[in-house]
Design a binder for this molecule. Structure first.
Ligand code: FES
Length: 577
């Protein structure tokens, strides 16, 4: 139910800065006038912070300076006072060791900016993988009315008339290059054709998954998440969001009114129907915790069993985000899934999810399958447990080779990424297609930040023989655009002494997806004996943010948030002195 509250100007949070006849308020007003604004621009109006993750290294958000102007147009029209504030950009491919290391830092920045400035409501501008969760986690913790403007997917890639998909086709053609099936010139043409416009990855990677989830949770306008970034509908959606946030402030519609247990369940079901990124598990757990909800991994398993996989998109399927939008978009998918969803969940429109999606329908059933004719009867993400992963691991079965889902093989263990790079293409490496590749020390603390190393490359000599998939196990994540039989997020991670630390090359590992198990076939006694000889590694960071990160980051099954942020405790609103 929408709040029936309607604020007065004197009840605005920003009024505490601008309203009083005090020495400090004099300073706040005079400095606003200093910027060229008149009193009519801001007096009695909601101050809307437009939190913009644009930077010249943020390749997926390079249209965000223009989009911020579109948002502002909407805010002005609706009677608000827009202020654009840059926040940390997390550019997926540039930032090392991984953007995941900085998701929590972005969330802290968002919370603290909203807390410390005279802001009444905010527009969160993000899209590239870690920005949707980072922005939303911070906004949830601060609790001011918030709306999310997704960056939108880029256009389809093109190479010699063939469609290219972000990430997925990079891995695919890299193997073809290594196998000698394409030339260096082909590879260069692919490089020039795979990212043809502004916007986020257009496969069902982490950006597409997370923006769809944020919309399903209720934080974006209907169908916002699938509009291609260069489409003229995109700036119109941005200005609509600017208009809407002003009303959200007057209505006092806060993130915790929107993020409820039913909306969380809706998000899990949509993740399954999309065949979405494994990264979403970690982000959803962290987001939910900021609103006071604990999400066990079993919830994904439980809802996944009764949620079919419906959206035929790469890397699990065939199509791309442009096709998804033209087929009706996320709202059409939600309409199809109506019997599975809590349609009374409140959203940023002030209406229920069910009301928002009423007018949408599917135009192409090749892309969005009917509920009764799914691609798979169950969601494509499976949770595994066993003596290798007592606290859980995940496998994306929709993007795996069915014949490898129940498989026994000898482990080849790489102690870290450098060790893997050294050994992988060694012609003397004792490996065949039945082997299981194991990468450790790539988890939340070991990576650090769980880099997307979980789709380990296939050894060159096997690629040349035509092998394109093997069972791979790690405590890393993998890109949402990746594919293959990859067991990921093994928890607890090896860096802190999880069982992956104790596996040796030559051990037999059994993956049994039917029984939801992942085990190394050694006795408990042998495991314990190995544990006695294991010793922790030296911390990688001795100062600064790295040290803060490794001392406070939680494990994958807990969402990788910082222990001191991971709750719904109310943030302190500052006194104005
Ligand atoms: Fe930005 Fe994929 S690199 S969304």
């Amino acid at each position: 139910m929408l709040n029936n509250k309607r604020k007065k100007s004197s009840e605005l949070r920003s009024h505490r800065w601008f309203g009083p006849q005090s020495l400090r308020a004099f300073g706040h007003r005079s400095r606003t006038l200093q910027m060229g604004f008149s009193r009519k621009d801001y007096e009695g109006k909601p101050v809307i912070g437009i939190l913009n993750t644009w930077s010249e290294l943020s390749h997926c958000h390079s249209h965000f300076r223009e989009r911020a102007q579109d948002v502002k147009r909407g805010v002005w029209q609706a009677g608000g006072f827009p202020v654009e504030i840059p926040v940390m950009s997390l550019a997926e491919v540039y930032q090392k060791p991984t953007t995941m290391m900085y998701r929590n830092l972005l969330s802290m920045e968002v919370e603290e900016i909203l807390r410390s400035y005279p802001i009444d409501g905010c527009v969160l501008m993000g899209g590239c993988d870690k920005t949707p969760p980072g922005l939303l986690m911070g906004a949830l913790s601060m609790g001011l009315p918030s709306i999310f403007v997704p960056a939108g997917p880029m256009l389809r890639g093109n190479w010699h008339g063939k469609t290219l998909g972000s990430g997925s086709d990079v891995w695919k053609y890299w193997d073809e290059l290594r196998a000698g099936n394409i030339t260096e010139d082909d590879w260069q043409d692919i490089e020039e054709g795979i990212a043809r416009s502004v916007g986020t990855c257009m496969t069902m990677g982490t950006a597409a998954t997370m923006t769809s989830i944020v919309e399903t949770l209720g934080f974006s306008l209907p169908n916002a998440s699938t509009i291609p970034a260069p489409d003229s509908n995109h700036p119109r959606m941005a200005s609509d969001s600017g208009r809407r946030i002003v009303d959200m402030v007057w209505e006092d519609l806060t993130p915790k009114d929107i993020l409820t247990w039913p909306s969380i369940e809706n998000a899990v079901r949509v993740l399954m129907a999309l065949g979405g990124s494994t990264n979403a598990l970690i982000h959803l757990i962290a987001i939910a915790k900021r609103a006071g909800f604990s999400m066990p991994l079993e919830l994904f398993e439980q809802l996944g069993k009764s949620t079919p996989y419906l959206v035929n998109m790469r890397p699990s399927g065939e199509y791309l985000m442009e096709d998804f939008h033209y087929a009706g978009g996320l709202a059409a998918l939600l309409q199809e899934m109506r019997p599975l969803l809590h349609c009374d969940a409140l959203t940023c429109t002030g209406k229920s999810l069910g009301e928002n999606i009423e007018r949408f329908k599917i135009f192409n059933h090749e892309v969005i399958k009917p509920l009764g004719q799914p691609i798979l009867a169950e969601g494509g993400l499976i949770i595994l447990k066993g003596n290798l992963a007592p606290n859980g691991a995940v496998i994306k079965t929709s993007a795996a080779t069915p014949a490898l889902l129940n498989h026994r093989g000898k482990a080849i263990v790489f102690d870290d990424y450098n060790d893997m790079e050294r050994q992988l293409d060694d012609p003397d490496l004792d490996v065949d297609e039945s082997s299981i590749l194991v990468l450790r020390n790539s988890g939340p603390q070991g990576g650090p930040g769980m880099p997307e190393w979980g789709m380990l490359p296939i050894p060159k000599k096997l690629v040349q023989k035509g092998v394109r998939d093997m069972v791979r196990i790690s405590d890393a994540r993998m890109s949402g655009t990746s594919y293959g039989t990859c067991v990921l997020h093994v928890s607890p991670e090896s860096w802190v002494g999880g069982p992956l630390a104790l596996v040796k090359t030559g051990d037999v590992i059994e993956l049994n997806v039917t029984n939801r198990e992942i085990n190394v076939l050694i006795s408990d006694e042998e495991m314990e004996a190995r544990r006695q000889t294991w010793s922790p590694k030296i911390r990688k960071f001795k100062r600064g943010y790295g040290q803060l990160f490794t001392e406070h980051v939680q494990q994958a099954h807990e969402g990788c948030d910082f222990d001191f942020l991971s709750s719904d405790a109310a943030t302190d609103d500052p006194e104005i002195h």
